[in-house]
Design a binder for this molecule. Sequence first.
Ligand code: NZQ
Ligand code: ZN
Length: 394
Amino acid sequence: MENFVFEYPTKVYFGNGAVKRHLAGELGKYGPTVMLAYGGGSIKRNGVYEEVLSVLESCGKKVVEFGGIMPNPTYAKVQEGAAIARENKVDLILAVGGGSAIDCSKIVALQANFEGDVWEEELERHSFPSVKPVPLGAIVTVSGTGSEMNGGGVITNEQKRIKTGLFAAAPAFSILDPMYTMSVPFAQVMSGAFDTLSHAMETYFGYPDGDNVSDDINEAVMRSVIRNMRVLISDSGNYEARSNLMWDSAMAENGILKIGKKTDFEVHMMEHQLGAYTDCNHGMGLAVLHPVYYRHIVREGLAKFVRFAKNVWDVPAEGKTDIRLALAGIDALAAFIKECGLPSRLTELKMKARPEELLSDRALEEIAYSTTILPGSYKRMTGGEIYEILKECM
Ligand code: NZQ
Ligand code: ZN
């Protein structure tokens, strides 16, 4: 993929060497104090921190550090970041990392300027904080979530045992350099890319199902994700594949595929609650849930699952009834998950404690009944059916 610049509503700088080429220009638009927000330290090991810091220093910025943002960032971490941002009157938050660092920074940006509590305001009062967030920029080091091109941030409230999306602030600019992803552990590369595929599928399987350019583009994105994940299985350092996957990630969550669509996203709701209870990896949790959920809704969305089998997985249609063809498409997805080394059972997920402790019947029931039910699914879920799905995933 060629380097390019794209604005929608975030300005995107894409390509090898993009930080050196474009960061200084963006920094010039903001005041002197920059909060550098990042995760558990990968950027200090792979040279990204030094590269970013040298640009900040060459621009004469005062740098305030906010590190240690964990995967599945917590609401407590948001409050810590908001206090630092407020205390130092930061002019820009620069998030360097993946979905976790960027999401946490989005909510920090809003909470820093809001006297109330963002969680309570949005999720309990169903209102939006009436303040302008601190401006935010993102430098992506692991792709998959698409957080770099949207305004949502997914946060775990440990006290309430809820992981959910809050609306906050889209980055004013995002810098995407596929070279920055070269040091990501391979399992995380596959997990992130599967998250992208999941976003595309969650959007594709949703009304309306008439002729819709969004679904046509979506099929191209899904095929690109699958093809390029396969390239990385045999050639993990392939720049072209990594660049395609990085832009696929943004494409799947920047809103373009959703134009004119209701979208499903029930698997995301299940995975988020699973994450709230277990702290499991997002893309890996999705990999376990997708095929099982799809076998539950295939009859209600039959025509679309037939189209998925034919157009995305190239399943031959001859001699197959529609339901056989649709199920063969879901089987192809399940086989692909295995081919990528992603987990197929909840017990294969890495968790904060042993799965036997965290996934008791009672815990599965709590996860199921605390999962948000969204209206876009071909089949409206119930807590009971989500519980069955989780049991089948064991
Ligand atoms: O924390 P560090 O040390 O940086 O390590 C990270 C982390 O352990 C590591 N990593 C990142 N870049 C690296 C690297 N390691 C080596 N080299 C690099 N260049 O990768 C690990 C995972 O990072 P994380 O940011 O947690 O991953 P991801 O981008 O998958 O983000 C997951 C979070 O995003 C949320 C998920 O729920 C989860 O909390 N999502 C956000 C969405 C959004 N805002 O639109 C949508 C998604 O559906 C998703 O829910
Ligand atoms: Zn996701």
